[in-house]
Design a protein around this ligand. Sequence first.
Ligand code: GLA
Length: 424
Amino acid sequence: MPPSQTPTPGSNPTPGSPGAPGSAPAPAPGSNAPKRSAAERITQLFQSRYGRPPTWIAAAPGRVNLIGEHTDYNDGFVLPMAIEQRTLMAGSLAEDGGRRIRVVSELSPEMASFELDVLSPPEGTPNWWEYPRGVAAGMIEKGAQARGLDLAVASDVPMGGGLSSSAALEVATATLLEAAWRHPLDAVEKALLCQRAEHRYARVPCGIMDQFISTMARPDHALLLDCRDLTTRQVPLRDPNITVLIANTNVRHELSGGEYAQRRAQCEQAARELGVSSLRDLDLNQVIRAKPGLDALIFKRAYHVVGEIQRTQRAAELLAAEDYEGFGRLMFDSHVTLRDDFQVSCDELDLMVELAEDRKGIGGVLGARMTGGGFGGCCVLLVRAQKAADIQRYLYTSYLERTRIEPEIFVTRAGAGAELPRAP
Ligand code: GLA
């Protein structure tokens, strides 16, 4: 990450800019562009930087959140799925037997190096390697017998698009360290460890959604996560007639870092003023009844969060019942309160959702909304599979025409969670 850039929730921690190697290149309209995947690049990267092949390669996916936005840090529900794009971390034990980790990224010419005995959180602006460093520190705190390592990272998770490349990097690191240090973690413990690394080492006050889905995703399933008690339910999403599209606006408004923390603080204030420990404890009628006594802005924040928590539970039921039209309507509703009440959307995201609305019904769009932290990044759409290519083309052309910005629009299946595809 360039030194001037502060990490933001769900942002990409790797240096570079959208379109740089490692992010998904802009696909031809209506298609997923073929490319050399991170899986193909990673061994070569490791070999070229360290002069030998890696022993382990771990992989962890980015994610797209279908519904349940800005609910995770309010003890609510979220319903994300893993995308097919993943971050890969390759590693081998250090040849000199030292207690040092060296790490390279395909996007950065410099090699980072840190001692395993000096792992306090950074003081200045965090650099991208603070993510693996924070994960290593967390594993050592849990009693792992740390050994020196050489590491390399390559990623296909689009950057700055709200698709959780930071969680993918953390979870890929943890997965590699589990193998290299022979210290297996329970899935919940692993997700929490990665979240803590992001809080302490990247100083991003993210919720728990991204690390959970990157750790626990199952192919062809979305994950309903109760962020209060951390229980999960896998909800099938494998109807061949239904497709998930991701439309990256390719804009990121720089306000996002501070705005996220501010929204969290406003939610905490709303809960305090409403006399509950978190907004999860309220239903929408209670919030509406309390409106006269609340500051207008605080009311709006609570209105979105409480409505969104209810919507997410309902959406999971509809998805399980294969009621895609009902599910899609809730996606549109979610966008409205994110835009008007939680105020984390932006013109480009709103435009993408409006364009999706043009293709509702016989056009094949079932639902669309902004996804992730907001202020740019991606929209997620649920569409009829046979219309997906038309919709992609329409969104691509219309968005480009209206904004002069080239979007990236791609299809994704619900992918797998973290794994160790290569082990000795
Ligand atoms: C970012 C954070 C998540 C979550 C979303 C908003 O992606 O990392 O924890 O809060 O924003 O839903």
